[in-house]
Design a protein around this ligand. Structure first.
Ligand code: NAD
Length: 251
């Protein structure tokens, strides 16, 4: 028998925006699969926090850049709960800040493998389970993009920005492709959000350096992004597909 609660997979959910989405999704009644690549201890802490608030969750290791691991992730959820209603493609990476003239192909390929290929393969597995013509019940997918897709991240990580532009095009195309299957696909573009990602770019204090350049004159929180992401899964969002919410303080 399929699980009584709706089921959601969130990639890269051990910390930051993904963890905030996991906690909010659980409060909205989803059984949540907290995917993580390597940080098992914080992923289990997210699961514990969900269970402590009365929710249902499991943590499953998988590198979304590896197709076989993505397939295994979704099969694990099949075994656990027997249904799938939502996917948040949240896992994303960037690399040290540098100019395009100093980048090499290995770096760009690594970023595209997670941010674009990983999101597409996760979406493929979700559609295979959600589409009524394949025995599913419909569902929704949200891709966590970035304001960088609009702004370009000049001097910092144009490769990352380009990957998010590709993700936005994936959102539009897939939304149109699976609309008749009662699957909605939307995107959220966060701006400057306080997470540990900026340290991976070599500048942990990046949000505070740039926050005054945003019209709202502050950085955003993972919870503010999670609120926009989860709106797309609500009944109120039933007529929205192939669309985007900016969570970027007006920037
Ligand atoms: P984060 O680094 O805390 O979270 C990203 C998570 O994805 C990490 O837990 C990481 O381990 C995981 N991950 C990376 N590669 C993975 C892979 N191949 N397989 C599985 N998991 C993987 O940063 P965050 O700010 O919470 O980022 C979440 C999303 O939001 C990303 O897609 C990011 O591009 C986007 N975003 C963040 C900001 C910001 O200012 N923080 C702005 C715009 C967009």
């Amino acid at each position: 028998m399929p699980h009584t609660q709706p089921v959601m997979i969130i990639t890269g959910a051990s910390r930051g925006i993904g963890a905030a989405c996991a906690l909010l999704a659980a409060r909205r009644g989803y059984a949540v699969c907290v995917n993580y690549r390597e940080r098992e201890v914080p992923a289990l802490a997210v699961v514990d926090a969900i269970r402590a608030q009365g929710g249902t969750a499991i943590a499953v290791q998988a590198d979304v850049a590896d197709e076989a691991q993505v397939v295994a992730l979704f099969e694990r959820v099949d075994q656990e709960w027997g249904r799938l209603d939502g996917l948040i493609n949240n896992a994303g990476i960037l690399d040290r800040q540098m100019r395009v003239e100093d980048m090499d192909a290995a770096r760009v390929t690594r970023i595209l493998a997670t941010n674009v290929t990983g999101a597409l393969i996760c979406a493929r597995e979700a559609v295979r389970r959600m589409a009524p013509r394949r025995g599913g019940q419909g569902g929704a997918i949200v891709n966590v993009s970035s304001a960088a897709a609009r702004l370009g991240a000049a001097g910092e990580y144009v490769d990352y920005a380009a990957s998010k532009g590709a993700l936005d095009t994936l959102t539009i195309g897939l939304a149109r492709e699976v609309a008749a299957d009662n699957i909605r696909v939307n995107g959220v573009r966060p701006g400057l959000i306080y997470t540990e990602m900026h340290a991976d770019g070599g500048e942990p204090g990046r949000v505070d350096r740039l926050k005054d350049s945003t019209p709202l004159q502050r950085g955003g929180t993972p919870e503010e992004v999670a609120g926009a992401v989860m709106w797309f899964f609500s009944d109120e969002a039933g007529y929205s597909t192939g669309s985007f919410i900016e969570v970027s303080g007006g920037r």
